[in-house]
Design a protein around this ligand. Sequence first.
Ligand code: NAI
Length: 740
Amino acid sequence: MEIKNVVVIGSGTMGSGIAAQLCNANIPVTLLDLKTEISQKAKDKIFNSRPPLLIDKSKIDSIKVGNISDDFGVVGEADWIVEAVVERIDIKHNIYKKIFNNRKLGAIVSSNTSSIPIKILSQNLSDEQKKDFCITHFFNPVRYMGLLEIVKSENSDLNKINSLKSFCENLLGKGAIICNDTPGFLGNRVGVYAMQVAMTEAFKMKLSIEEADAVFGRPMGIPKTGVFGLYDLIGIDLMADVLKSFIKELSENDEFQAVAKEIPLVKKLIETGYTGRKGKGGFYRMNKENNQKILEAINLETGKYSKSKKIDLGIDTVNLNLLINRKDKYGEYAWTVVSKIIKYASSLVPGVTDKFNDIDEAMRLGFNWVMGPFEMLKSIGVKIFFERLDSYENNSFLEKLSKTKDENFYGERQLYTDIETLGKIRPKSIKVDKNNSAEIHRFKDFNIVEFTTKACALDYDSMDSLKNATDKPLIIINESMQFSAGVNLSYTMNFAEKGDFKSIEKFIKYFQDTCKHLKYSKYPVVSAPSGLTLGGGFEVLVQSNFVVSHTNIVIGLVETIVGLIPAGGGCKEMLWRWSQTDEAKKDPDYASLKVFDIIGYAKTATSPIEAEPLKYLRPEDKKIMNRNSLFSESKQIIKNNSEFTPPDECKFNLSGKPLKEKMIKVLEKLYNDKIILDHGVEVGKELANVLSGGDTTINKILSEDDLFKLELESFMKLIETKKTQQRIKHTLSTGKPLVN
Ligand code: NAI
């Protein structure tokens, strides 16, 4: 069945998120609530959301709004009706009655419930109605979270469930996993258990919340919010409700019960309005002292707040084994938490699901874990895991595995989808090379480069891998959250602090050489970004021959924020793109002034649709809703370009001094208006020098190498200044820009 028209009932957090994602997929949708004012307000909120729920704000009016009394007629025209009202069964039952009295025969009806079993939701429906009813459990925020759990019942029409799954996969871009009707389904059952274990063990072992979050975080392949940070983000009161529902739904001897008990400190936080980030604060809070914001952390024993301490475990990448083998309290905490999570997740096989792989994928897509529990087990090693594990009775999965001790028990990944994903083909490819920052894989007759550093920040090694991988067609792609947040600033600062500017120069030169090499090597290079694609990351992309972009990207040249200018070809390529416009053909200074504005303000786009007008992306670059498809689309491009010829070199005619003066006038105005300060002017002048062509005249032809040279010179001048170094240090320690 084709879904051409959707109604979403309930315009709160989830209903509006779902409506926005339908709008992103160009599907007409009507959002109904008790009153039209509520759904209209929700629409306004969608429009103003940050990070934005819409990939193209100009499409907002394809979301219609209304109320359930006057506008219910729209339900009769919908192919899919999604219920996302408050988690109250009486309200949901009333709504279903009304929906089934009005819907088009055969239209799919689903609930977004996170905790009510389908058995109970559908108890008043006829068998015929139950055929078309299911749960579609989206995660918040809907645009950005990959997971969608589709829960079926024994009455569900499987053809319909499958066609809904492919609609949600292909059009809404979700990783859709079909689940059975069990409490919390897959993601929350394991994810919330994991949070509770991490929390209760931190209390038991007397760890501070910063220590727990440092361990139950990046080194484990878990987002850096850890457990207490995540609690604050979700809402401590909401978590309490979720736990109540698990306690009610799960059997008494389920291991979950042991970690779901109410904790007095948590109760007190909720009672006093400390419900997390939406409230006065939570486990962490922001305090103001002498007009300065200070992050504070709660002491789990006393309930008192004090300045939050940064914990450095000295593990910068995901490294579970290093973590659990530490001979200190962190190692002990990590092992206890991880082994309990593995034990619990495996106890759900086969009762909750017979596909353990689905649990791992739900954790990746719904909680942004790098590895699910079974992959953690694989990475620890089966033999080692059992040597350290105390008991596992009544766990048939582990009992079986303890007998075979099969290190290769895992098999294939991402079984929930038919798409040929990067995750599926990686095990089938040959690892050609690996260094500290990237890996090269060979699959059939092409190479894949994956950056592996934190936020995929780039350094000399990243460039080395890219360069070495151009002996075949190349796809630059990864599974981590970001394509690349840009050049590794700590790496650069380490040299600067030692006064070793020669090494920085050598690195930037190598960056330029590599990007040039990507652009002109005889095989095609495809970049397939998702997430942050900033600074140096963008420069790699812009000098690739083809781009396949996920719709969830944040893209742009942001170097000026840290007192630098793009020096890996970013200025050059943007200048080239803008010089191809009709306006630039009429006015020789048009392109430079445009790029001066874009790079000067460090403009970013939060979707390909926003990126095109800035020319960060071109109309011919592919835009893909489902991240899983980035690999297969890139592969197709390589297949279609077996006769590839590299592009011609770009040539530039720039006005030089008079153009630079125009830009300096702009800077003077910004300075006088106090929009920029002293160093802002210095950075702007260097940018002006590059974009005006330096010491040139309009009739002189400049090559790409000439522009690379200008970029490098200006970059080096800036990095040697104290004020740029101050900006970098500030951003590294606070994550925020410094205006100086
Ligand atoms: P919410 O409280 O933000 O929004 C609920 C909306 O339903 C409100 O706008 C309310 O006015 C409306 N509503 C109440 N009764 C109604 C009725 N009779 N007819 C029409 N509208 C009515 O709730 P939220 O967070 O969006 O949750 C909605 C559903 O999604 C719940 O079942 C919840 O369990 C589930 N869910 C929530 C997640 C979250 O992170 N907030 C995640 C996944 C699922």
